[in-house]
Design a protein around this ligand. Structure first.
Ligand code: ZN
Length: 138
């Protein structure tokens, strides 16, 4: 994979969403170019039955963006979600929910309503598990 880049203004928007939804997990889509430059962050409702512990992105939003992006070069590169008072690493549940190995995962720690560490993860080909990747400069 080429270097993942997330512009500062999009990161701030994602952080705001995570703070707004605290203590529930916030989630959304990361849209970008094939060279892994993220160009848009789209907030989703968290449809999980247990939004303090898990997240589920609205499938209608995914379909909407797949259609919208069909004829362009941008696509859904991945998604983000927050871990309220948790760590910025994939949970056991996250690893189990990793059904599309092409997607990047961004996980944001929110401690006491303030965003802290942020991690980026991609599926390791060998193990099929989410492993940390380092983003490039925004
Ligand atoms: Zn998680």
């Amino acid at each position: 994979m080429t270097m993942l880049r997330l512009p500062a203004d999009l990161r701030e928007r994602i952080f705001s969403h995570c703070v707004e939804d605290y203590p529930r997990e916030a989630c959304g889509l990361l849209i970008g170019r094939p060279d892994y430059m993220i160009t848009e962050a789209v907030a989703s409702a968290n449809l999980s039955q247990n939004p303090e512990k898990n997240f589920e992105i609205d499938p209608a939003l995914i379909i909407e963006y797949q259609k919208k992006l069909r004829d362009g070069t941008e696509r859904i590169l991945g998604h983000y979600h927050s871990h309220p008072d948790g760590r910025a690493v994939p949970s056991v549940h996250d690893q189990a929910q990793n059904h599309d190995s092409s997607l990047i995962w961004m996980i944001i720690q929110v401690s006491g309503g303030v965003c802290g560490a942020t991690g980026f993860f991609a599926t390791e080909e060998k193990s099929g598990r989410l492993a940390a990747i380092l983003p490039g400069p925004g």
